[in-house]
Design a protein around this ligand. Structure first.
Ligand code: SF4
Ligand code: SF4
Length: 462
């Protein structure tokens, strides 16, 4: 995967409630550990950030935390390339230096973050069907502390933007305190405050927000009407819609540089009314960007990317995508909207070949199945299920070396994919390499206990 276009490690610092520091939401490996008091200089030119800059500069994600990055895959990388009008001199000088450092791909840089992204915690007033935080929310109640952030004022006021996220940042006590700090201190008046919110509590803030000249609200909204209420459990469509429209009207009325954008998740329940949703966004001039549901297996009723058979209930789903894409193209919303939707539609179509191949395999048509699995892996080279299935098919056909090649490829992409680990171990055993199988099983078991793998391991030890 090429990493051209990612400028995150030169422009953005993300500070998180879970005591981590990074520069984006998509990095797969551990981020830097956050210790207080927060020392921006130390983190910004620390080993973690330098290593990331090196990865981007090398334009090679293989084996790094950037491998498979969604930001790059769906083309939703945020642009830092144009400095807007109206910044203070110190803000634009800093951004200008950041651009120079980025273009030269410097590892140690003399500019400071242009954007700070602060994740205050997991608390939320909703219970959305696809929320990836739901399980953790009840056990992890940490919040990003406010005082150390207040002490960073000299750094924060030279940035272009401070973005606040949760959970729901308009209900988390510490994020509310920090938002109040920013909106009540005139030194922040030229900084853009961005709030990533579900929008249900926005009415409480429209008045106090009037202090901010520059304000961006990114609303998590995936559908309209009843479909919205089904997805965003606990929210009422009428109220959220009214909050968004009131916010827009207030900004316009007072001549403020306020904008609303929409972040929409593609999942099973957001597809049937996708066209109405796109119409709503267009009618209300609220630009939308689409992201796929998190593909981690805990939202299987909604996860159409790995489970395309869920779309059997929506036979016209491709037409729905096509109509929505056409409307977005006509509107000129291409980069974050029409393009990712097109990529996602193709991805689902490709993934749907996997169960078809598996059905052929189960009827004994191994050659036919193999063709489909190969087609999937050519279109989606990081599709671990397809690669694992290619390996199994080759094994069935007696092509041992080719089979092993594909298993190793699948393991490289997903070292802890259960099916791949089990199948690969069995083949190693049949090739009289039980020690290698043991190492593989042991490494899997250290990560996650599993009865079947424990039994396989016990057989090897016995
Ligand atoms: S994971 Fe993606 S967004 Fe993050 S630094 Fe790597 S390429 Fe950039
Ligand atoms: S609004 Fe966001 S954080 Fe809250 S439950 Fe929904 S998805 Fe989760």
């Amino acid at each position: 995967m090429e990493l051209k276009g990612c400028g995150q490690p030169w422009f953005e610092m993300q500070i998180e409630y879970n005591e981590k520091v990074g520069c984006c939401c998509y990095y797969k490996f551990e981020k830097d550990n956050l210790t207080m008091p927060l020392d921006i200089d130390r983190y910004w030119n620390g080993d973690y950030m330098k290593q990331l800059r090196g990865t981007i500069a090398s334009n090679n994600a293989d084996g790094t935390g950037c491998e498979g990055c969604q930001y790059i895959k769906y083309g939703t990388v945020s642009g830092f390339t144009t400095i807007p009008e109206g910044l203070t001199k110190i803000q634009s000088d800093n951004w200008d230096s950041a651009l120079t450092n980025y273009h030269k791909k410097e590892m140690v840089i003399d500019s400071y973050p242009v954007k700070y992204y602060m994740n205050f915690g997991l608390a939320c007033n909703l219970n959305c069907v696809m929320c990836s935080q739901e399980d953790m929310r009840h056990t992890d109640r940490r919040q990003l502390p406010v005082e150390p952030l207040r002490k960073l004022k000299d750094y924060l006021v030279i940035a272009n933007e401070i973005a606040i996220i949760g959970g729901e940042p308009l209900m988390i006590p510490n994020s509310r305190k920090f938002i109040e700090t920013v909106i009540n201190d005139p030194d922040y008046s030229n900084v853009k405050l961005s709030i990533y919110t579900n929008g249900t509590l926005l009415h409480n803030y429209i008045e106090p927000f009037k202090n901010m000249k520059r304000l961006g609200i990114c609303i998590s909204l995936d559908s309209v009407g009843e479909a919205y209420e089904y997805i965003r459990k606990g929210a009422r469509w009428q109220n959220t819609e009214r909050n968004i429209l009131n916010f827009k009207e207030t900004g316009e009325k007072y001549g403020l540089d306020w904008n609303v954008s929409i972040a929409a998740v593609i999942m099973k329940s957001s597809i049937p009314r996708m066209v109405d949703f796109v119409d709503w966004c267009i009618e209300n001039e609220t630009p939308v960007h689409f992201v796929p549901i998190q593909k981690q297996g805990f939202t299987q009723n909604e996860e159409v990317f790995n489970y395309p058979e869920l779309l059997d209930d929506i036979p016209d789903w491709e037409d729905i995508f096509d109509t929505a894409i056409e409307k977005l193209k006509n509107k000129g919303w291409i980069a974050g909207a029409a393009n990712p939707l097109t990529i996602m539609k193709d991805e689902i179509k490709t993934q749907a070949l996997v169960p078809r191949g598996e059905a052929l395999f189960s009827t004994g048509d191994i050659e036919g199945a193999l063709k489909l699995f190969i087609e999937v892996s050519e279109k989606d080279p990081e599709n671990v299920t397809a690669i694992n299935n290619i390996a199994v098919s080759h094994w069935q056909l007696g092509n041992t070396d080719t089979s092993m090649h594909y298993f190793l490829k699948a393991l490289k992409l997903a070292p802890y994919d259960r099916d791949t680990v089990i199948n690969c171990g069995k083949i190693l055993i049949s090739l009289d390499q039980p020690e290698d199988a043991k190492v593989l099983y042991l490494s899997y078991l250290q990560k996650s206990p599993d009865e079947e793998i424990s039994e396989l391991m016990a057989c090897l030890e016995g």
